[in-house]
Ligand binder design. Structure first.
Ligand SMILES: CC(C)(COP(=O)(O)OP(=O)(O)OC[C@H]1O[C@@H](n2cnc3c(N)ncnc32)[C@H](O)[C@@H]1OP(=O)(O)O)[C@@H](O)C(=O)NCCC(=O)NCCS
Length: 254
């Protein structure tokens, strides 16, 4: 290994030309799609047509999901404080966590470590030990997550429905059988299973959500900055806040 302090296999400059994973950047422009370019930077090789189609579907499936999630609230609230687009979008990205987008990483790790086991045994272990399995459950969807169904249908159509997808859905059934109620495989779980089929390392999990959702955050922050007044995201304390502290009281003599 070289003695140089900074090392990368992703890109380099030769003279005035930039090379990404060995390909001249100007050759890539106009010849490959954005999802293909993302696959190239993440994996180091150009995707097949099927891989590009699957990755494209993954990004589209997470691009936006209403004004309600914590990341959009954070992004718009920070922008409404008088900050620029990048600050608002950055705040939104910081709101991604285990319960919102970040589940992808844990879910990929879980599938990559458990998919060779019997789903019924894994379900029994998870229920008995009250394990919160990343990629399962949803605040609103209780019967099924429509995005999961679409992603699984696409995985079948394109040819990425293998052992991870099969395990993920069998685990959902096994948990339902044990608990008597369905804990749905959410879109993060579906993407985690499909990304595992595509050979991605679980440590890239959160990256899929970041790459896919940032356009939605940019749109929200832009909308906030151009259509709302600064400070518009102040709460109406009377309507929206329940105060739980002590009644006003005298400061004791000190
Ligand atoms: C997303 C999430 C926060 C939704 O929560 P919720 O619908 O409000 O569910 P609750 O936290 O009220 O839990 C309801 C019940 O389901 C169980 N449960 C919820 N998610 C579970 C999971 N992923 N694994 C195991 N059990 C889970 C809870 O333990 C609880 O069980 P109980 O009724 O026996 O006490 C929750 O399901 C979760 O943390 N999932 C894992 C993270 C994840 O995948 N996030 C991405 C969402 S797109």
């Amino acid at each position: 290994m070289s003695e140089k302090k900074w090392r990368t296999a992703i890109s380099t400059h030769i003279g005035h030309e930039a090379y990404v994973r060995g390909y001249n950047l100007t050759d890539l422009v106009g010849r490959i799609s954005f999802p293909e370019a993302i696959y190239l930077v993440l994996k180091g090789e150009l995707p097949t047509e099927k891989e590009a189609k699957m990755l494209d579907a993954i990004f589209v499936s997470v691009i936006e999901h209403s004004i309600a999630p914590p990341s959009v609230i954070a992004a718009r609230a920070v922008a409404s404080g008088g900050n620029s687009l990048n600050v608002g979008v950055g705040a939104g990205v910081l709101a991604f966590g285990e319960a919102h987008g970040g589940a992808l990483e844990g879910s990929m790790k879980f599938f990559q470590e458990n998919a060779d086991k019997d789903p019924k045994e894994v379900a029994k272990w998870a229920v008995e030990n009250k394990i919160r399995i990343p990629g399962y459950g949803h605040r609103y969807y209780k019967e099924y997550d429509p995005r999961t169904k679409r992603m699984m249908d696409m995985a079948k159509e394109i040819g990425f429905y293998g052992k991870y997808c099969d395990f993920a859905l069998k685990l959902e059934d096994a948990i339902a059988e044990l608990k008597g109620k369905r804990l749905i495989l959410n879109v993060d779980g579906a993407i985690a299973a499909i990304a595992s089929e595509m050979g991605f390392d679980w440590r890239l999990g959160k990256g899929f959500f970041i790459i896919g959702r940032v356009p939605g955050l940019v749109a929200h922050v832009y909308e906030e900055l151009t259509t709302e007044k600064p400070f518009a995201k102040r709460l109406d304390e009377e309507k929206e806040v329940e105060y739980l502290g002590p009644e006003p009281r005298e400061l004791p003599e000190r």
